[in-house]
Design a protein around this ligand. Structure first.
Ligand code: MN
Length: 351
């Protein structure tokens, strides 16, 4: 069924979790996939998209690679005025340290060139290599000052390690100092975690991504990192990877666990877990074009912290734009959701 093109709206539709993959990235992935010790989650994720003859996989690869005519046409057909782009997951985080540190700036330069070709249609996020936190901090500085990029993407864990570990906090320090929010995007689960998900076919976007990325966000909260970097802003897709819905139990059980002194890792932190969700997080509806969940999250964290995203090309669904346009919501709140929250967070110039 052909879905009609959404009509122009009273707001700019800015989609904030949209993926791309330059050919140079796919070439590196092909080499990694040939290694005997390849990570099972990566092999299952990018191994599938890069080799499956299925229509879905071929469509996604074609869309990821294109930063010009096809992408802009798909945006026009979906009524998406602007995409905020990120190097597709796992970005450089599956690479060895030297390759990752060398490739991230190349990817960022390619992204900046695409944005320069389509300045009113594309914006983007900085890829960094957490494998070398000091290099990542420098790359954030370079991209803010030289390329005009104003957000960072981190594809969840890096070789099974989480940003809750203070060894990564150079990245938080740079992000806070440069006022660049960090989009904490899903990655395939680490090898130590994926087994029972993979055997059930539930490791990917259907459920596993949310579990793993939600865990990552929660680890950052309980580590105390947001007391150390109180202005840091983290963006979560997929309706906050379910954390808004968990807030009540997180607050209750976190407090009980702190009091019991049961775990070394659970120490007192400045506020309740849900307080950090309200002050240090923004949440997008990528993959979750569901008005009830959007309204619940707006009610919990505020209408200025919930944003539109499509998750192109993985969820390339024009009918979702129609559903979100039709949300029963005050006009100024809908405009914040689709447009002004993104303009502010990603420093996108209003037209
Ligand atoms: Mn995504």
């Amino acid at each position: 069924m052909r879905i009609t093109r959404p009509a122009p709206a009273a707001y700019r539709r800015i989609a904030t979790e949209e993926a791309f993959a330059p050919k140079e990235l796919i070439d590196i992935y092909r080499k990694i996939l040939q290694q005997k010790t390849v990570d099972p989650g990566f092999a299952n994720l990018m191994g599938f998209y890069m080799s499956s003859p299925s229509e879905r996989a071929r469509h996604i690869m074609s869309c990821l690679l294109d930063l010009d005519e096809q992408r802009i046409r798909h945006m026009d057909e979906a009524g998406v005025d602007m995409q905020v782009l990120a190097l597709t997951s796992p970005g450089v985080q599956i690479m060895d340290r030297d390759t990752a540190v060398a490739f991230a700036p190349l990817a960022n330069d390619l992204l900046a060139e695409a944005i320069a070709r389509h300045p009113t249609r594309l914006a983007g996020m900085i890829a960094v290599a957490p494998q070398d936190p000091a290099a990542a901090a420098k790359e954030i500085e370079r991209c803010v000052s030289k390329l005009g990029l104003h957000a960072v993407v981190i594809n969840s864990h890096t070789h099974g390690e989480y940003l809750s570990d203070p060894k990564f906090w150079d990245i938080f320090e740079a992000a806070e100092a440069h006022d660049t929010p960090i989009y904490l995007h899903p990655n395939a689960m680490p090898a130590s975690m994926i087994g029972h998900f993979l055997e059930a076919g539930l490791d990917g976007a259907v459920y596993g991504f949310g579990v793993e990325t939600g865990l990552h966000a929660l680890r950052i909260i309980t580590s105390g990192a947001l007391d150390r970097f109180p202005k840091l802003q983290i963006i979560l897709g997929h309706m906050g990877e379910a954390l808004p819905f968990w807030s009540y139990r997180l607050d209750y059980m976190h407090a009980a666990t702190v009091r019991s002194k049961r775990y070394d890792a659970i120490k007192p932190i400045g506020r309740k877990p849900s307080d950090y969700l309200k002050d240090n997080f923004h949440i997008t509806c990528s993959g979750m074009a569901w008005p009830q969940a959007i309204k619940f999250t707006q009610d919990l964290v505020g209408t200025d912290r919930v944003l539109y995203a499509m998750d192109y090309p993985y969820q390339h669904a024009v009918e979702e734009v129609h559903a979100l346009d039709a949300m029963d919501m005050p006009a100024e709140v809908k405009r914040a959701f689709f447009q002004t929250n993104a303009e502010k967070l990603f420093k996108i110039a209003p037209l």
